[in-house]
Design a protein around this ligand. Structure first.
Ligand SMILES: Nc1nc2c(ncn2[C@@H]2O[C@H](COP(=O)(O)OP(=O)(O)OP(=O)(O)O)[C@@H](O)[C@H]2O)c(=O)[nH]1
Ligand SMILES: [Mg+2]
Length: 319
């Protein structure tokens, strides 16, 4: 994959890697492909979008990672200077630990698509040198398309950052993990089947007993039936087709956007009970990494499946 290759090529000049993940899916946003590339580098694991996840996840996540030898774990919200400053502190500390080796510090920010890598860089620049945006950001995956040139974020010691395009796992064997990544915005929606996503989101919301999604969305009663739910929501938001039929596509998009904007409150989609975490790591260690060929085959099979589903959907819609 081009993104990974470029990263590997540039890694020689990098002193510190910021591996960015999504705090709403602390396990599912791990991309194992990075391990080999970062090997031997100083690393901070940054859980961004921490404002969208409950604070109560932070200790279990720290414990789970410490058990696996990752001790530098931060939680950030790119809108809050104080939280972003923690990263500068780590960088300063590293630089101070060996000023001869690190007269200046080069940092690379990596992670899955849409976790907020470019936003982090802008936030670091804002807090570090009080300068405006240097990297493009956007609420969809794939905004950053190439490795950036070095972006200065601190004068003294001189600290530079390199932005990178989000790297997706080529093939996610666990469909639930894939759903979680898609829900949090890591996979383009036209690739993931939006209907399935909405169905999974409704399923999860129904199980978070403290969330009153009915009053948040202004619908009358909870339901496990996605069709019934979309009818209610569509009517509520006035998503109607000509002739008065509910526009379920619009209702789905409204529903997914509400989740991504944090309208249902702070949520974590991964199970962080110690046994579940152990299980997750055990499973992901056991999974034989797919060869490029296997991954491509799996991708093509999934594409065929989706095309088929779309065709079925279209034919069921036409009169
Ligand atoms: N709530 C919240 N939203 C954030 C945070 N950081 C970034 N975002 C939003 O997340 C979206 C993605 O941010 P980007 O910085 O473009 O993400 P990226 O990782 O660079 O994405 P790619 O370049 O596509 O891989 C944008 O809509 C940001 O405004 C955060 O800490 N909290
Ligand atoms: Mg980006």
């Amino acid at each position: 994959m081009a993104g990974l290759r470029e990263m590997r090529d540039q890694m020689r000049t990098v002193d510190l890697v910021i591996e960015t993940r999504d705090a709403r899916i602390p396990l599912s946003s791990i991309n194992k492909q990075f391990e080999q590339i970062i090997k031997g580098k100083h690393r901070v694991i940054v859980y961004n979008k921490a404002d969208l996840a409950p604070i109560s996840i932070q200790n279990p996540v720290r414990e789970a990672l410490a058990k696996r030898n990752h001790h530098k774990v931060l939680f950030t919200n790119t809108n809050v200077n104080k939280s972003v400053r923690q990263i500068l502190d780590v960088a300063r500390e590293l630089s101070a630990s060996d000023p001869i080796r690190y007269p200046e510090l080069s940092i690379m920010v990596i992670g899955m698509p849409n976790v907020g890598k470019s936003s982090l860089i802008n936030a670091l620049r804002r807090t570090g040198i009080n300068r405006g945006k240097a990297a493009n950001t956007g609420a969809k995956p794939g905004v950053t398309r190439a490795l950036s040139s070095r972006i200065r974020v601190l004068e003294s010691p001189p600290i530079y950052l390199v932005d990178t395009p989000g790297v997706m796992i080529p093939y996610i064997p666990d469909p639930i993990v894939a759903l979680k990544v898609a829900l949090t915005g890591g996979i383009k929606d036209n690739i993931a089947d939006e209907n399935v996503l909405a169905d999974y989101l409704l399923f999860r919301l129904n199980r978070f007993t403290h969330i009153d999604y009915c009053s948040i969305l202004g619908i009358s009663q909870p339901t496990d039936d996605i069709s019934e739910f979309l009818q209610m929501l569509g009517r509520k938001i006035g998503a109607l087709r000509q002739g008065g039929e509910t526009d379920t596509d619009k209702a789905i998009q409204f529903f997914l956007r509400a989740f991504r904007q944090g309208k249902f409150g702070q949520l974590c989609l991964d199970d962080l009970e110690p046994h579940a975490v152990d299980e997750f790591f055990k499973r992901s260690m056991e999974e034989a990494p797919l060869s490029k060929n296997q991954a491509q085959k799996a991708k093509r099979a999934a594409q065929r499946q989706r095309a088929l589903q779309k065709a079925q959907k279209r034919s069921s819609r036409s009169p």
